[in-house]
Design a protein around this ligand. Structure first.
Ligand code: IMP
Ligand code: MG
Length: 182
Protein backbone atom coordinates (compact mmCIF):
# COMPACT_ATOMS: atom_id res chain seq x y z
CA UNK A 1 0.00 0.00 0.00
CA UNK A 2 1.22 3.53 -0.83
CA UNK A 3 0.22 6.51 1.35
CA UNK A 4 -0.16 10.05 -0.01
CA UNK A 5 -1.32 13.18 1.81
CA UNK A 6 -5.01 12.74 1.17
CA UNK A 7 -5.31 9.32 -0.41
CA UNK A 8 -3.82 5.86 -0.35
CA UNK A 9 -3.44 3.20 -2.99
CA UNK A 10 -4.79 -0.25 -2.19
CA UNK A 11 -3.45 -3.30 -4.04
CA UNK A 12 -5.72 -4.64 -6.77
CA UNK A 13 -3.63 -6.57 -9.34
CA UNK A 14 -0.15 -7.81 -8.47
CA UNK A 15 2.88 -7.38 -10.72
CA UNK A 16 3.04 -11.17 -11.03
CA UNK A 17 -0.58 -11.44 -12.19
CA UNK A 18 0.00 -8.65 -14.73
CA UNK A 19 3.11 -10.39 -16.11
CA UNK A 20 1.25 -13.69 -16.52
CA UNK A 21 -1.67 -12.03 -18.27
CA UNK A 22 0.60 -9.98 -20.58
CA UNK A 23 2.39 -13.17 -21.60
CA UNK A 24 -0.92 -14.90 -22.41
CA UNK A 25 -2.18 -11.92 -24.39
CA UNK A 26 1.09 -11.75 -26.34
CA UNK A 27 0.65 -15.40 -27.30
CA UNK A 28 -2.85 -14.69 -28.65
CA UNK A 29 -1.58 -11.66 -30.59
CA UNK A 30 1.33 -13.63 -32.02
CA UNK A 31 -1.08 -16.34 -33.22
CA UNK A 32 -3.51 -13.81 -34.68
CA UNK A 33 -0.86 -11.98 -36.71
CA UNK A 34 1.16 -15.07 -37.63
CA UNK A 35 2.88 -14.52 -41.00
CA UNK A 36 2.62 -10.72 -40.94
CA UNK A 37 5.44 -8.89 -42.73
CA UNK A 38 5.28 -6.08 -40.20
CA UNK A 39 3.07 -5.32 -37.24
CA UNK A 40 2.75 -1.70 -36.18
CA UNK A 41 2.11 -1.62 -32.44
CA UNK A 42 0.51 1.68 -31.49
CA UNK A 43 0.57 2.75 -27.86
CA UNK A 44 -1.78 5.42 -26.56
CA UNK A 45 0.27 7.71 -24.38
CA UNK A 46 0.88 8.07 -21.66
CA UNK A 47 -0.95 5.36 -19.75
CA UNK A 48 0.08 2.44 -21.98
CA UNK A 49 3.85 2.97 -21.91
CA UNK A 50 4.64 0.22 -19.39
CA UNK A 51 2.14 -2.23 -20.81
CA UNK A 52 3.39 -1.78 -24.39
CA UNK A 53 7.01 -2.17 -23.26
CA UNK A 54 6.25 -5.51 -21.62
CA UNK A 55 3.89 -6.67 -24.37
CA UNK A 56 6.22 -6.11 -27.35
CA UNK A 57 8.99 -8.03 -25.58
CA UNK A 58 6.72 -11.08 -25.58
CA UNK A 59 5.66 -10.79 -29.24
CA UNK A 60 7.29 -13.26 -31.56
CA UNK A 61 6.66 -11.14 -34.69
CA UNK A 62 8.42 -8.44 -36.74
CA UNK A 63 7.30 -5.33 -34.89
CA UNK A 64 7.44 -1.57 -35.27
CA UNK A 65 6.36 0.71 -32.43
CA UNK A 66 4.57 4.03 -32.77
CA UNK A 67 2.68 6.27 -30.37
CA UNK A 68 -0.30 8.54 -30.29
CA UNK A 69 -1.27 10.83 -27.44
CA UNK A 70 -4.84 11.67 -26.63
CA UNK A 71 -6.15 13.88 -23.92
CA UNK A 72 -9.49 13.74 -22.16
CA UNK A 73 -8.94 13.78 -18.42
CA UNK A 74 -7.14 17.06 -17.64
CA UNK A 75 -5.73 15.63 -14.39
CA UNK A 76 -9.21 15.03 -13.00
CA UNK A 77 -10.95 11.72 -12.33
CA UNK A 78 -13.80 12.44 -14.72
CA UNK A 79 -13.54 12.00 -18.49
CA UNK A 80 -14.26 15.21 -20.38
CA UNK A 81 -15.71 13.07 -23.18
CA UNK A 82 -14.05 15.36 -25.69
CA UNK A 83 -11.05 13.55 -27.12
CA UNK A 84 -8.19 15.56 -28.55
CA UNK A 85 -5.19 14.22 -30.42
CA UNK A 86 -2.14 15.79 -28.78
CA UNK A 87 0.39 13.79 -30.77
CA UNK A 88 -0.21 11.83 -33.96
CA UNK A 89 1.61 8.76 -35.32
CA UNK A 90 4.97 9.23 -37.01
CA UNK A 91 4.36 6.49 -39.56
CA UNK A 92 1.74 5.53 -42.13
CA UNK A 93 -0.52 2.57 -41.39
CA UNK A 94 -2.32 2.16 -44.71
CA UNK A 95 -2.22 -1.51 -45.72
CA UNK A 96 -0.34 -2.47 -42.54
CA UNK A 97 -1.27 -4.76 -39.67
CA UNK A 98 -1.97 -2.72 -36.57
CA UNK A 99 -2.20 -3.53 -32.88
CA UNK A 100 -3.67 -0.69 -30.83
CA UNK A 101 -2.63 -0.78 -27.19
CA UNK A 102 -4.68 1.08 -24.58
CA UNK A 103 -4.36 1.15 -20.80
CA UNK A 104 -8.03 1.35 -19.77
CA UNK A 105 -11.33 1.42 -21.60
CA UNK A 106 -13.60 3.45 -19.36
CA UNK A 107 -16.46 5.47 -20.91
CA UNK A 108 -15.19 4.31 -24.31
CA UNK A 109 -15.01 7.80 -25.86
CA UNK A 110 -11.23 7.69 -26.35
CA UNK A 111 -11.19 4.27 -27.98
CA UNK A 112 -14.10 5.05 -30.28
CA UNK A 113 -12.50 8.30 -31.41
CA UNK A 114 -9.09 6.75 -32.05
CA UNK A 115 -10.57 3.68 -33.79
CA UNK A 116 -12.56 5.84 -36.20
CA UNK A 117 -9.48 7.91 -36.95
CA UNK A 118 -7.22 4.89 -37.53
CA UNK A 119 -9.78 2.95 -39.59
CA UNK A 120 -10.03 5.93 -41.95
CA UNK A 121 -6.34 5.38 -42.72
CA UNK A 122 -7.21 1.90 -43.98
CA UNK A 123 -4.91 -0.51 -42.15
CA UNK A 124 -4.95 -4.12 -43.41
CA UNK A 125 -5.93 -5.66 -40.07
CA UNK A 126 -6.41 -4.01 -36.72
CA UNK A 127 -6.64 -5.58 -33.28
CA UNK A 128 -7.33 -3.65 -30.09
CA UNK A 129 -5.77 -4.75 -26.86
CA UNK A 130 -6.58 -3.08 -23.52
CA UNK A 131 -4.97 -3.94 -20.22
CA UNK A 132 -8.05 -2.98 -18.20
CA UNK A 133 -11.74 -2.69 -18.96
CA UNK A 134 -14.46 -1.10 -16.84
CA UNK A 135 -17.57 -2.34 -18.68
CA UNK A 136 -19.98 -0.84 -16.14
CA UNK A 137 -18.75 2.67 -17.05
CA UNK A 138 -19.35 2.41 -20.80
CA UNK A 139 -21.17 5.32 -22.49
CA UNK A 140 -20.50 4.39 -26.10
CA UNK A 141 -20.67 0.97 -27.70
CA UNK A 142 -17.03 0.02 -28.20
CA UNK A 143 -14.99 -3.01 -27.18
CA UNK A 144 -11.37 -4.10 -27.14
CA UNK A 145 -10.69 -7.43 -28.87
CA UNK A 146 -8.41 -8.49 -26.05
CA UNK A 147 -8.75 -7.42 -22.42
CA UNK A 148 -6.24 -8.10 -19.68
CA UNK A 149 -8.55 -7.68 -16.70
CA UNK A 150 -12.13 -6.56 -16.23
CA UNK A 151 -12.32 -4.32 -13.18
CA UNK A 152 -15.18 -2.71 -11.24
CA UNK A 153 -15.97 1.01 -11.29
CA UNK A 154 -12.92 2.13 -9.30
CA UNK A 155 -10.25 4.70 -10.06
CA UNK A 156 -6.98 2.82 -10.47
CA UNK A 157 -3.30 3.75 -10.75
CA UNK A 158 0.03 2.05 -11.34
CA UNK A 159 1.76 0.12 -14.13
CA UNK A 160 1.76 3.27 -16.27
CA UNK A 161 -1.62 4.60 -15.13
CA UNK A 162 -1.76 7.87 -13.20
CA UNK A 163 -3.82 10.03 -10.94
CA UNK A 164 -2.87 13.67 -11.67
CA UNK A 165 0.37 12.36 -13.26
CA UNK A 166 1.46 10.43 -10.19
CA UNK A 167 1.82 6.73 -9.38
CA UNK A 168 2.66 5.67 -12.96
CA UNK A 169 5.81 3.98 -11.66
CA UNK A 170 4.07 1.50 -9.35
CA UNK A 171 4.82 -2.02 -10.65
CA UNK A 172 1.30 -3.19 -9.71
CA UNK A 173 -2.23 -1.80 -10.11
CA UNK A 174 -4.05 -0.33 -7.13
CA UNK A 175 -7.26 1.49 -6.26
CA UNK A 176 -7.21 5.14 -5.12
CA UNK A 177 -8.97 5.54 -1.76
CA UNK A 178 -9.43 9.01 -0.32
CA UNK A 179 -8.77 9.37 3.39
CA UNK A 180 -12.03 10.01 5.18
CA UNK A 181 -14.11 8.19 2.58
CA UNK A 182 -14.42 5.14 4.78
P1 IMP B 1 -12.47 6.81 -21.72
O1 IMP B 1 -12.37 7.72 -22.91
O2 IMP B 1 -13.45 7.29 -20.71
O3 IMP B 1 -12.72 5.36 -22.08
O4 IMP B 1 -11.13 6.90 -20.94
C1 IMP B 1 -10.02 6.36 -21.37
C2 IMP B 1 -8.82 6.95 -20.67
O5 IMP B 1 -9.12 7.54 -19.41
C3 IMP B 1 -7.86 5.85 -20.37
O6 IMP B 1 -7.00 5.65 -21.44
C4 IMP B 1 -7.14 6.37 -19.16
O7 IMP B 1 -6.05 7.15 -19.58
C5 IMP B 1 -8.13 7.25 -18.47
N1 IMP B 1 -8.72 6.52 -17.33
C6 IMP B 1 -9.87 5.86 -17.28
N2 IMP B 1 -10.08 5.26 -16.10
C7 IMP B 1 -8.99 5.56 -15.36
C8 IMP B 1 -8.57 5.19 -14.03
O8 IMP B 1 -9.24 4.47 -13.27
N3 IMP B 1 -7.37 5.68 -13.63
C9 IMP B 1 -6.59 6.47 -14.43
N4 IMP B 1 -6.92 6.80 -15.67
C10 IMP B 1 -8.12 6.37 -16.14
MG1 MG C 1 -5.16 6.80 -21.65
Amino acid sequence: MVDHDCYRVEDLITAKAIAARVEAMAREITDYFQGTDKLVVIGLLRGSFMFIADLVRELDLPVEVDFMETSSYNDSMESSREVRIMKDLRGEIEGRDVLLVEDIVDTGHTLRHVLTLLKNRRPARMLVCALLDKPSRREVDVKADLVGFEIPDEFVVGYGIDYAQRNRNLPYIGVVRFNGDD
